[in-house]
Each structure stands twice: as C-alpha cells, then as structure tokens.
Design a protein around this ligand. Structure first.
Ligand code: PEP
Length: 250
C-alpha cells in the first residue's frame, strides 16, 4: 500500500510570521495517518524545520539546481536544501518550466541531483489548455514523463505530480475521469520502465486548484495518492480540511 501524501507549495509566499500556520497544523494533526509536506520559500526552510521538530510534518524545497555546488549566483543545490533540513524538493513545476524555460532534460538533471542528495524528488508534469483541447494530453504526458524522470527514480525517492497547467491557480479542475485516465497512464508507463515493484510504490499526486470543497471527490479517484496544493496550503484553516479528506480516503 502506498502511503498517501499531501504536499503544500507555498510558492513565493511566506514570512517568519507565517510559520504560525505550521504550528496550527501540527496542533490539529499531531499524528496524521498520511504524509504531510510543506514546501515554503527556501528562506523559511530551516525555521520551518525547527517549528516542526518532533512533529510528523516534513519540509521541502520548491526547486533546486542540477549541480551540487558552483558559480551559480542565486541558485540553491539539492545538497543545500538537504543541509537546511528539507526531505524533498519539487522539480519541474509548470511555473518553472514556463517562466524559467526549464526543459524536461533540465528537470531530469534536477531530479537526479535531488536523488543524489538524498531528497525525494516531486516531479511535476502537465499539459496546457491548448494541448488538452487538441487531444494531445497523453502524448505530452508521455514525453514529459520519459524525459523528466531520471534512471535513479525508485519508489522510495520519487513522487510524480500530475498538474495540468490550466488548472493551477485557476479554480478549474479536470473531471475525475480525466484525472483518472492520466494517472492510470502514468502508472502504466512507470511500470513498463521501472517494473511493477518500483512503479507500484511511486506515489502519484494530482495538483491544480485542490480546495477543501473538491478534495474528497479528487481523493476518491483510483490511483490518486494525494495532492500537490498551492493556494489552499497557505492557511491552516484551508489546508486542514484537505488533510482530513485525504485521511478519510486512506
Ligand atoms: C501548484 O502550484 O502546484 C498548485 C497546484 O497551485 P493551486 O493549488 O493554487 O492551483
């Protein structure tokens, strides 16, 4: 059985005062039946780890460089995130693919670096609205999956997040059938490449406008092992019902 996972992506939101949201979540969910991960801005990772010390909540990064160190002003390596206390890192988020022109080859190198540093890589994939409307979704997912996931991927170090670009921050979500189709497709491709033993253990998250009001419906879809949540992860009052919904589905 795969343990369910809900991950919060705070993006470029969060100051020291917002660590109070983690304190509130830890108080409400002292012994969760699922894994909970918060990915705050890198400036808050160490403080977030201190806030969550002794709790089940884990802390992750939102991106990393593909190299372990070097002359890359402003970048952070996976090793640095690990050193700061992170246990995971998101790579290939559509906002990075679009705004920073990150190719799937770059995403693969970042995921490989995450593995080498001992971090779980949460590798994001997803089609644009134009690609969905042109009925190209599965082709796009197939290409991103094969190019973005490194050979070092295994059940213990890799999570795949299916995040349709058009659903992120828009309030729109695919139908349960559309989410289920893509998740089943991803699982089948992972099985072909890594074998059933590894592929069956890799968690597949859905991401894109998950809210307290739609979480239960999304978590009822077979092969959805949890969610990557943006906006609704910023406040404990919004994230907590999503945690409850996933626990009920576990
Ligand atoms: C995200 O940024 O990964 C995301 C899913 O955002 P939102 O939940 O706000 O759509």
């Amino acid at each position: 059985m795969r343990r369910k996972l809900v991950a919060g992506n705070w993006k470029m939101h969060g100051l020291q005062a917002d660590l109070a949201q983690l304190t509130a979540l830890n108080a409400t969910h002292p012994a969760p039946a699922i894994d909970i991960l918060i990915c705050p801005p890198a400036t808050l990772i160490t403080a977030a780890c201190a806030t969550c010390e002794g709790s089940a909540m884990q802390i992750g990064g939102q991106d990393c460089h593909a190299r372990a160190s070097g002359a890359f002003t402003g970048d952070l390596s996976a090793l640095m995130l690990k050193d700061a206390g992170a246990s995971a890192v998101i790579v290939g988020h559509s906002e990075r693919r679009e705004a920073h022109e990150e190719s799937s080859e770059i995403v693969r190198a970042k995921a490989k670096a995450a593995h080498a540093a001992g971090l779980t890589a949460i590798i994001c994939l997803g089609e644009s609205l134009a690609q969905r409307e042109a009925a190209n979704t599965l082709d796009i997912i197939a290409g991103q999956l094969s190019l973005s996931v490194p050979d070092s991927a295994a059940a213990a170090n890799t999570v795949i997040a299916y995040e349709p670009c058009w659903a992120i921050g828009s309030g729109l979500t695919p139908s349960p059938e559309q989410i289920g189709e893509v998740h089943d497709f991803i699982r089948a491709r992972l099985t072909t490449r890594f074998g059933a033993a590894q592929a069956d253990g890799m968690r597949l998250l859905y991401g894109g406008s998950v809210k307290p009001g739609n979480a239960a419906e999304i978590f009822a879809i077979p092969d959805v092992d949890g969610a990557l949540v943006g906006g609704a992860s910023l406040k404990a009052d919004d994230f907590s019902p999503i945690i409850n919904a996933l626990e009920s589905a576990a």
